[in-house]
Design a protein around this ligand. Structure first.
Ligand code: ZN
Length: 280
């Protein structure tokens, strides 16, 4: 099958916020996160998106935890999953702390949230120009592929601004995040609207938060995007039934194949995203 028919599944395993008491399957220690990453890769995920938690279960940008987790994943010699680290894992972390793990861990991808908004009811999701510009420069220097997380349509213009300044390299990869209160609502209409704003040759993926997860997954497939699933975004498999990360990846794989496409391997995902081959 041609590369155009391949769909990348990203597994967002943990996130920064959802407490384990809401779903005991949320991995929190480096060992649990690495084990889940491996299982999700086996189930069909080409990319794993990583957050870290401290000993109280709160999101942290502690670079040692990122390092340990990534090493545990890379220790599994048969697993070539693409590793994507967050840069927004703790709203109390300084801008420097949010970037410190990048040169230390050297993930192949990292999130780049190209705008700020009121993340209701928690507070301001702060991605000021004073953070974004040095972040983009650092990622370019290190050769880390930015995943432009787009929570609202204004974020697209900010991404475009950094592309024009040539500190974000084109074509970019966009991740549409729909359904966070304060960002765009998770509707098919909004997804279509964002797709219409994509610069030519971009690659993109999308997901809806919580109950809107399935709707956005099907619409994303129909519109030709890649898919993200995982307990960071949604803790239920169906109404009242808790999910595991692996179950969510397995379902995405089935949906993709029923649609007539194929799940991308990590190597195919690297080719699609313009990431160089994994060196061991
Ligand atoms: Zn995340």
């Amino acid at each position: 099958m041609a590369l155009e028919s391949k769909v990348i599944i990203t597994a967002a395993l943990t996130g920064a916020m959802t407490p384990k008491k809401l779903n005991p399957s949320i991995p929190v220690t480096p060992e649990e996160i690495a084990e889940d990453a491996y299982r999700c890769w086996k189930a069909g995920a080409a990319v794993v998106h990583l957050h870290m938690r401290d000993e109280n279960g709160s999101g942290t940008m502690n670079k040692e935890l990122f390092k340990k987790t990534v090493e545990l994943i890379r220790e599994k010699k048969d697993c070539d999953v693409v590793i994507n680290c967050t840069t927004s894992g703790d709203n109390k972390a300084s801008y420097e702390e949010r970037m410190a793990h990048l040169p230390y861990v050297m993930p192949e991808m990292a999130s780049f949230d190209s705008g700020s908004f009121n993340w209701m009811p928690f507070g301001i999701f702060d991605n000021s120009p004073q953070f974004l510009e040095p972040l983009a420069i650092k990622m370019k220097e290190l050769g880390i592929k930015p995943e432009l997380e787009i929570f609202d349509s204004g974020f697209m213009g900010i991404a475009k601004y950094y592309c024009k300044k040539e500190i974000l390299e084109t074509p970019c990869h966009y991740q549409f995040v729909l359904g966070v209160l304060g960002g765009m609502e998770a509707s098919v209409k909004n997804l279509q609207y964002l797709c219409d704003m994509l610069p030519e040759n971009s690659t993109w993926s999308a997901f809806g938060i919580g109950k809107d997860h399935m709707k956005i997954m099907y619409a994303t497939l129909a519109l030709g995007g890649h898919i993200r699933v995982g307990l960071e975004d949604n803790v239920y498999y169906s109404a009242g039934k808790l999910a595991t990360n692996v179950q969510l990846v397995e379902r995405a794989k089935r949906v993709i194949s029923e649609y007539g496409k194929e799940v991308a391997t990590p190597e195919e995902a690297r080719e699609i995203l313009g990431i160089k081959k994994l060196e061991r």
